[in-house]
Design a protein around this ligand. Structure first.
Ligand SMILES: [Mn+2]
Length: 338
């Protein structure tokens, strides 16, 4: 940027009118582009949110927009260290960035309650999310700049933006790997019923861009499992969603998505003790990706009964197995009837 302005000063001596126009363009460009912040929810970042922030920033940069990926929320266990060594999501804003003039692009979240503490809602210019419920709210505010669809991963929606511009061949390998991990994580290794054909096609194309074989899935999930087991309490507490307006679910809804749940189930008593510290009742959805099922753990008899009615399950000592793996967003969707 400094280089361009300097070059411009030399031009001033040559042609004053041109230079003024040039400067005006630079100022305009700054106003319209340089204060774009890409961010996600205010509670925690999972790999989908993280990958979407990074991929959107890279795409905007290719388009000449000086955007920054930013979040001060902590990353959960799905954001494995080997994928984020280059640390592309900033945890604090650059000192010269004016938040007052900033515009926001929101990824992997659209419930205003989850973002209003960190983002002024009237400054949001684009939304990309696969959690449904607030389509109308955003359509009314920003029209077609809101892309909310019930696909497997928000990463798929972001990759679609790359495709629209025909720029996918320019994507960096590290970004392709991040998006791939996001799709695998959010679709439970492409097995969840929320997985769309577009998720699968996107995954396959990203494998080519990243230069990886299909076996890479196992590498990703083993690293996630190791991260969870290394700090189980933190893994659980970095992925608890507050639930309101729902008759069936308790106010604290934790989730662990893991390749093989058995070793986690051996620690249930400890997990219960930890979750008892929450304000209000709780449940945890422990997803066993390998065996393609979910364990629901909930000790509150009122919510147990409600869950039993909706999912045709029976709790025994506060634990039950579902017939297939359920994602929390599916459970929330299935229990939100008014
Ligand atoms: Mn997601």
């Amino acid at each position: 940027m400094k280089f361009v302005i300097l070059k411009n000063l030399t031009r001033t001596t040559q042609n004053v009118t041109d230079s003024i126009r040039f400067k005006e363009n630079m100022i305009l460009r700054n106003i319209t582009t340089s204060n774009t912040i890409i961010t996600a929810g205010s509670t925690y970042l999972d790999i989908d949110a993280y990958a979407c922030c990074v991929a959107m920033q890279e795409l905007l940069k290719l388009k000449g927009v000086d955007a920054i990926a930013y979040s001060n929320a902590s990353c959960n266990y799905s954001v494995i260290k080997s994928l984020v060594q280059e640390g592309k999501v900033l945890t604090s804003l650059p000192f010269d960035l004016s938040e007052v003039d900033a515009k926001y692009v929101i990824v992997d979240v659209s419930d205003p309650d989850y973002i209003k503490d960190s983002v002024p809602l009237d400054k949001v210019v684009q939304v990309y999310d696969h959690h449904v419920g607030f389509e109308e709210y955003w359509k009314n505010r920003i029209g077609d700049n809101s892309q909310i669809e019930f696909v497997g991963a928000a990463a798929t929606l972001i990759y679609r933006e790359w495709k629209k511009l025909g720029l996918e061949y320019k994507m960096s390998k590290t970004t392709a790997l991040l998006l791939n991990a996001a799709i695998l994580d959010n679709t439970l290794d492409l097995t969840s019923p929320i997985t769309t054909d577009e998720d699968i096609e996107t995954y396959q194309e990203l494998c080519k861009i990243a230069g990886i074989e299909d076996e890479w899935r196992a590498v990703y999930f083993s690293e996630v499992q190791a991260a969870i087991e290394a700090d189980l309490k933190n893994a659980i507490f970095s992925d608890i969603k507050r639930i309101s307006d729902n008759e069936v679910l308790p106010p604290n809804f934790a989730q662990l998505s893991i390749w093989d749940a058995q070793r986690i189930l051996n620690n249930l008593e400890q997990i219960r003790q930890w979750l008892e510290a929450c304000t209000g009742s709780w449940m945890i959805n422990i997803i066993d990706i390998k065996h393609r099922l979910s364990y629901f753990v909930c000790d509150d008899t009122y919510h147990q009964k409600k869950l039993e009615e909706v999912f045709s399950i029976a709790f025994q000592n506060g634990v039950t197995k579902s017939d297939r793996a359920y994602l929390r967003k599916e459970i929330i969707k299935k229990t939100k009837f008014k």
